[in-house]
Design a binder for this molecule. Structure first.
Ligand code: F6R
Length: 255
């Protein structure tokens, strides 16, 4: 597993936006798998900027978000619906009918999860899945566990994730305890995967990911089996990596 290390967040955002822009150029109706959270904000800002300059057209692009907190209405300020709308969709020309975000309040969870999964498959599958990584190695909300669920499902969030995400809520108590998330197989079925990590709090998990085998204790380690994964980290997130695991980006450096 090669990990590209670049100098800072801006560089990661530019590289991620380059990959997305190139994909849309090649395939204007590409299907993007989208993440929420702090890591991807810079990428979305860069994409908005390129859209405003006329370099990217999202009019045919289809999107599927990874996850949503269970129990939160789409209008809740901390919902991932709200996040992706205010951070990306409100500023680009993606068509509302081409946007898919898991509902946090489905009537029938199992039926809804099956529907979400089938919708991805019926449209031909995700071309590029953008991912962040949790401090515990989760991707989407697939938390470390003895067994991982393949498909979209309802999951209980780990204490670590609840703590890490409390920063977005008024208090830790308000963080929902469950979420609807794509499963590891849903993510794995994407033709290409792009995982980003920034900041020193991600350094220990990036080091564990780099040196570990494939284990459900680190859900992101399953990506070692995927044929087209790109991992880009900034120098803080990459600060604990052993030298032989690094691939220096042309534009990046490790100090
Ligand atoms: C969000 C998601 C999560 C985040 C991860 C990192 O849709 O699926 O896996 O990518 O928790 O979050 P940040 O970027 O806030 O550190």
């Amino acid at each position: 597993m090669k990990i590209h290390i670049v100098s800072n967040k801006q560089e990661i955002s530019r590289m991620a936006a380059d990959l997305i822009q190139n994909l849309i150029k090649e395939k204007p109706d590409a299907i993007l798998g989208l993440a929420t959270g702090s890591t991807v904000i810079g990428t979305y800002e860069e994409l908005i900027c390129r859209y405003q300059k006329g370099s990217i057209d999202f009019s045919e692009v289809r999107t599927f978000n990874l996850d949503e907190y269970y129990g939160l209405e789409s209008t809740h300020p901390q919902s991932y619906h709200m996040f992706i709308r205010t951070r990306l969709f409100d500023h680009i020309n993606v068509r509302p009918e081409n946007i898919h975000i898991p509902s946090g309040t489905p009537d029938n969870v199992e039926k809804y999860c099956r529907f979400y999964e089938q919708r991805i498959d019926n449209l031909g599958g995700i071309d590029l899945q953008l991912l962040g990584i949790g401090v515990n190695g989760h991707i989407g909300f697939n938390e470390p566990a003895g067994e991982l669920q393949p498909d979209t499902h309802l999951v209980r969030l780990s204490e670590e994730t609840i703590k890490a995400n409390a920063r977005f809520f008024d208090s830790e108590k308000e963080v929902p305890k469950q979420a609807i998330t794509m499963g590891v197989q849903t993510i794995f079925k994407a033709k290409k995967v792009l995982l980003l990590a920034t900041g020193k709090e991600k350094a220990p998990i990036i080091e564990r990911l780099a040196v570990s085998g494939i284990t459900t204790d680190i859900p992101a380690s399953l990506l070692k089996l995927h044929p087209h994964v790109t991992i880009i980290v900034d120098k803080e997130a990459g600060s604990l990596l052993p030298d032989d695991m690094l691939s220096f980006s042309e534009r990046g450096v490790r100090e």
